[in-house]
Ligand binder design. Structure first.
Ligand SMILES: [Zn+2]
Length: 396
């Protein structure tokens, strides 16, 4: 039986006198071709929207969304979000919003465009609408924005005061995105189980227990339906997987909140952004990070369940095209120095990697990062597996 004193850093935070929940968007409008019909809901939030879009989506936005808004007699301005969800972009978008006298922000695009739009709205205390154009993350739902450098290196995240005021999920828009974005979304969403079960698996709090159980349900849905979904974009099973990556992943983040944080998979992602910049997308690096996390549990704790889970994921990744090793992320030729840099960042003192129930040394993390595809060795002692795993990868 888990008892509340066995993991003091994980489950016995001092009871707080109040709790702020950011569970869900105030309204979610979801369906095929719903964008047009959802415009009146946007008009209910403001009359001078500023659209913040991804570079590629801006042209489509100006062609399709802007005329719909203007028909409702809204005064629209539109701009792209810049180099990344970075401080320079946020500053310049804040100025643009003020010049336009914007009273509502509409984010249109992938995770970075939506994170930028949400953070600008939060800084200006304006309502925000999210219109995801890919299923690569649950950014359309969450009350969180990740801030990066202009070159795409992760800096910090900002907890927002609430989820978006309106989320418009139009499957027709999602279907225009490259299929690889849904694959990445599956990687980011499935991480919820592997991270939440470690950070919060012993929690006695009702909503946290609910979040961890939903993460398990989410994992199972993705195992069962991802392959079929990717074969038939636009089909019912495809929509169900899109719902899983954008909506259910969002629900879990909302329910779990700060108690149900990320662990090593996202920490490894954060480290990798410092050596790969914009070279691969968030969910791809996170998916690889799950394998690193399981490898650590396997090598350091001798955790056989983690070893089995890694083999199960490797098979699943091969089926749907998620990266299994650094080479699959375009990082097959990095130097030892670069590997060390990314591992050091993943291990920085504020990193969520320290939510693992054991200490991780730099060398252990580096060994795990280069041995994500190592076979299970039943005769195993940890150091032998680590060394063998590393030489396997180097020889490739
Ligand atoms: Zn993520």
């Amino acid at each position: 039986m888990p008892n509340q004193f066995s993991h003091p850093t994980l489950s016995t935070q001092a009871p707080s006198t109040f709790l702020t929940l950011t569970l869900a968007p105030a309204q979610v409008i979801c369906g095929v071709g719903v964008l047009q019909g959802a415009i009146s809901a946007v008009a209910g939030l403001g009359s001078r929207p500023l659209i913040v879009a991804g570079k590629q989506t801006l042209a489509i936005t100006q062609q399709h969304l802007q005329p719909l808004l203007e028909k409702q007699k809204l005064h629209v301005a539109a701009t792209d979000y810049g180099a990344d969800c970075c401080e320079a972009s946020l500053k310049s978008l804040g100025r643009t919003a003020k010049e336009h006298k914007a009273d509502v922000i509409i984010g249109v695009g992938g995770g970075k465009a939506l994170d930028t739009a949400k953070l600008v709205a939060y800084q200006l205390q304006l309502p925000v609408v999210t219109v995801p154009t890919s299923a690569a993350t649950c950014a359309a739902w969450s009350a969180l924005s990740n801030v990066y450098t202009e070159a795409g290196a992760f800096l910090y995240d900002v907890a927002l005061s609430r989820c978006p005021d309106l989320l418009i999920l139009d499957y027709e828009l999602i279907q225009t995105a490259p299929p690889s974005t849904l694959v990445a979304g599956i990687g980011d969403a499935i991480a919820k189980w592997y991270e939440a079960s470690v950070s919060s698996g012993n929690s006695q709090q009702t909503l946290t227990i609910a979040a961890v159980q939903q993460a398990r349900v989410l994992r199972d849905i993705l195992f069962q339906k991802s392959t079929a979904a990717l074969q038939e974009p636009g089909s019912e099973v495809w929509r169900e997987v899109v719902d899983a990556t954008i909506l259910l992943a969002g629900v879990i983040g909302g329910l779990g909140g700060a108690q149900c944080r990320t662990v090593a998979a996202h920490a490894v992602h954060n480290g990798l952004t410092h050596i790969s910049g914009h070279g691969s997308i968030h969910g791809e690096k996170v998916a690889y990070g799950i394998l690193v996390q399981l490898r650590l549990e396997e090598m350091i704790q001798g955790n056989q369940l983690a070893a089995a889970a890694r083999q199960q994921l490797l098979k699943f990744y091969a089926e749907i095209g998620l990266p299994q090793k650094l080479g699959d992320l375009g990082l097959g030729n990095i130097t030892l120095g670069e590997l060390q840099t990314s591992a050091e960042i993943a291990l920085n003192p504020n990193s969520d990697i320290h939510r693992l129930p054991f200490k991780v040394a730099l060398e252990q993390l580096m060994a795990a990062m280069v041995s994500t595809t190592a076979p299970i060795d039943s005769r195993d002692t940890t150091s032998r597996v680590a060394v063998r795993g590393m030489s396997d990868e180097v020889e490739e």
